[in-house]
Design a protein. Structure first.
Length: 766
């Protein structure tokens, strides 16, 4: 167990010793809470009480009079984490928590700062924050206006490039030379610049702009940066290992003031490199802040000893890490179970059987999570769970605010707030139908770009000419009149009441009432829920900003259901029983990730495995298959290298199927190899060979090039089967033996045709 030298710990003050909220903290947690002044890095391993340390530290700063609530900047990655922190601080210090205006996500705090100084980057304080859907539509308009083939050069691809540049704090003028040729034959920089100019005209920005504009303001206006230096006396940052370059630069600029910055994170849980996170940010903390105090939280309060031992042994294979070892005072518990299966269907059956056994033993479905590396792995489990009637939910599916009817309603509300919002205008100008067809919308958009005005203003001007006639002209006049009336009502009417009026008077609610599809009733219920939820906010502006900033991780979970999700979505969660299927080479670690990122990507994959194991409190079950259907093709696969990297004393190879039986006393898992090779070099194979005194060995059961682990203890040099024998195989069904060669048979199966199988895989047909 690591500890902090006394010379590096903050000197205790009188009020601290008697503070009740410090009771129950372990020595390292208390050191992290009390080291208030200067730069502090808290390396908080999984399940070590990170949130408790963060909230207690914030409360301690206030309780000791070191700062007022408005002098503290506390940054999280999700709104859920921010709410939880505020609630916990409130329980410690009471009403003062209401005065913490600078506690929130990176984006929400950056939005607050930008609204105060929007004019410095050419925006009005009422700017709109675009979501992904609006961003893509705007980029599509720009690409079409530039005559670029959007089938070849898609808006989504350009959006991804722009997001990457903004995550690295690169404006159009600063993107690398090689990146200029990454889109549309050298037009990337021009398109990025056009996009930023169009955003300015629309008085809008995207998520990346919130931090990018902040950085631009801080770097070009020393007086503004000095204002925030005076304001923020203490800075706290959660999940520091997940910060990207822009977040890192933003924080560094703000931290130059007081120097009192505390970053909490875990380099071993940095798993978001694919969306811009830089693990180097946390690795170089001591270089960025010379003399910084580093405190390691290593005592785990979540998992049993064997789970922690397996995870700790696995992660030591990474080179880029600061180093720590989790430990617990709890019992060793169950070893990490490793099970080999024939294929994905067998794996799904195995997991479902284990779940049913857990529930029959008195457990709950909600105790359980199935964590997969890639979303395509979910299908087999969903099919099996549906067949058995096992209740489950997929975490990461369509969200409430991403539904079409909700987007439409929000577009109306955004237009009421700002008529300059062209993307909202375009979305609902003909929803429900008003006779304003695509041709009319295109005319309005072209006129708006030509006159450098909003589409709403262009539409108003065009209704006074002959450019749009008939139903389109009548519909536009009525729509614009409605928008003006609703905008006037918004000045005196509650925003939730106004929303009901808008949905009613626009004809939108009636449109769904008249729709006879099965989904219509659900859409109406969603609209009612939207209006109800608005009542929880003080204003329309606050509600719209909340919607724009809601994190993907903010999700209400209820009901007794098994959770299925990707490993990335599982970070921060914990369950008594966790299944980790698909631990095979090419699947996990992901071959695509390694091809693109090399060694750094492999280390991130290993951190992802570490995160998966440490989600389990009592049991972790890892499984792999010999054969995997990947994107419609059967592939032979080998067990993941991560299995070999876990210490054997913390793992247990279970014999759960006829396809995998390592024999008693075996602790570890063998790497499958060609049966005719004379030597096996993998660590797993060597461990397996050392344990085969029981008479069992790893020998691939070859079926047209596909391998698995089998029991060959009963197979001698001569097979008991002879030509003409009727046999049964669990995968291929009934068949007739055509030839026998020792442990191998050639069988003509009634339905599957002629296959080569291992003798121990078949039994006498009844």
């Amino acid at each position: 167990m690591s500890s902090v030298p006394l010379s590096q710990q903050a000197a205790p003050q009188a009020p601290r010793a008697s503070a009740a909220y410090l009771d129950g903290l372990n020595p390292e947690q208390r050191a992290a809470v009390e080291a208030i002044d200067g730069a502090v890095l808290v390396l908080a391993g999984a399940g070590t009480g990170k949130t408790r340390v963060l909230t207690t530290r914030l409360a301690h700063i206030l309780a000791t009079g070191k700062a007022q609530p408005y002098n503290i900047l506390a940054v999280t990655f999700t709104n859920k984490a921010a709410r939880e922190m505020k609630e916990r601080v409130g329980r410690i210090i009471g009403e003062q928590v209401e005065g913490l205006p600078w506690l929130g996500t990176f984006h929400s705090i950056a939005a607050q700062i930008l609204r105060r100084h929007a004019e410095l980057v050419g925006l009005k304080s009422s700017f709109t924050i675009l979501d992904t859907d609006d961003q893509l539509r705007l980029l599509k308009q720009i690409l079409e206006a530039e005559g670029i083939d959007i089938k070849r050069w898609t808006p989504r691809h350009l959006a991804s490039l722009i997001d990457g540049w903004k995550n690295r704090a690169q404006t159009p003028e600063r993107i690398p030379e090689e990146d200029k040729w990454s889109f549309a034959d050298g037009k990337a920089q021009k398109l990025y610049k056009l996009y930023q100019e169009r955003l300015s005209v629309l008085n809008a920005c995207d998520f990346g702009d919130l931090l990018l504009h902040n950085i631009t303001i801080f770097q070009t206006h020393d007086d503004v940066l000095a204002e925030f230096h005076r304001k923020f006396r203490y800075l706290l940052v959660d999940e520091y290992q997940d910060t990207n370059v822009a977040q890192y630069l933003w924080l560094r600029l703000l931290a130059r003031g007081s120097g009192n910055v505390c970053c909490v994170g875990d380099d071993d849980q940095s798993i978001y490199g694919w969306r811009g996170a830089e693990v180097d940010n946390i690795l170089r903390f001591e270089q960025d802040f010379p003399g910084a105090t580093v405190i390691r939280l290593e005592r785990n309060y979540r998992s049993t000893g064997h789970i922690l031992g397996a995870a700790a042994g696995l992660i030591t294979a990474n080179k880029a890490r600061l180093g720590k070892t989790l430990w617990t005072e709890d019992q060793a518990g169950n070893k990490v179970q490793i099970s080999g299966l024939w294929d994905g269907e067998a794996e799904a059956r195995f997991v479902a059987d284990e779940i049913e056994a857990h529930v029959k033993g008195g457990g709950q479905h909600s105790d359980i999570a199935v964590l997969v590396r890639a979303s395509w792995q979910m299908r087999a489990f969903e099919d099996r769970f549906i067949m058995l009637g096992l209740p489950y939910k997929v975490i990461g599916g369509p969200r409430f605010f991403e539904r079409a009817e909700i987007r439409d309603a929000l577009a109306y509300l955004r237009l009421v707030r700002s008529l300059d919002d062209d993307l909202a205008f375009e979305r609902v100008v003909n929803t429900p139908k008003r006779g304003v067809g695509d041709t009319s919308v295109q005319k309005i958009a072209m006129a708006a770009r030509g006159a450098q005005v909003s589409m709403a203003e262009a539409a108003r001007l065009m209704t006074q000419t002959d450019e749009i006639k008939g139903k389109g002209r009548t519909g536009l006049i009525a729509f614009l009149r409605d928008l003006e009336r609703w905008a006037e009502q918004s000045k005196t009417m509650r925003h939730d009441e106004l929303a009901e009026i808008i949905l009613d008077e626009s004809g939108y609610t009636a449109m769904w009432r008249e729709d006879k599809s099965p989904q219509a009733a659900g859409r109406l219920d969603n609209l009612k829920e939207l209006v109800r939820s608005m009542g929880e906010f003080d204003s329309l502006e606050a509600f719209l900003e909340h919607i724009a900033l809601v994190s993907d991780a903010d999700r209400t979970e209820d009901g007794d259901e098994v959770s299925i999700m990707t490993l990335h979505a599982a970070k921060g969660l914990e369950f008594p029983l966790v299944f980790l299927p698909g631990w095979e080479e090419t699947v996990f670690p992901s071959q695509r990730s390694m091809d693109e990122g090399g060694t750094a990507a492999l280390e991130e994959e290993r951190r992802l495995a570490y995160v998966g194991i440490t989600r389990a409190r009592q049991r972790a079950v890892i499984s792999f298959t010999a054969n995997r259907m990947i994107f419609g093709r059967w592939q032979s696969v080998l067990p993941s290298r991560f299995i070999d990297e876990m210490p054997a004393e913390h793992c247990e190879a279970k014999s759960e199927t006829g396809y995998y039986d390592a024999g008693p006393g075996f602790e570890g898992v063998a790497e499958v190899a060609d049966p005719f090779k004379s030597s096996y070099e993998s660590p797993g194979w060597k461990r397996f060979q050392a344990s085969k005194a029981s008479g069992r060995r790893a020998d691939p059961g070859v079926i047209e090039g596909q391998a698995t682990l089998i029991d060959t203890s009963s197979v001698g040099g001569n097979s008991k089967w002879k030509r003409g024998d009727r046999v049964f195989h669990q995968k291929f069904g009934y068949g007739t033996v055509k030839a026998a060669d020792g442990a191998k048979l050639s069988v003509a199966f009634d339905k599957a045709g002629v296959k080569k199988v291992v003798a121990s895989f078949v039994e006498e047909a009844p």
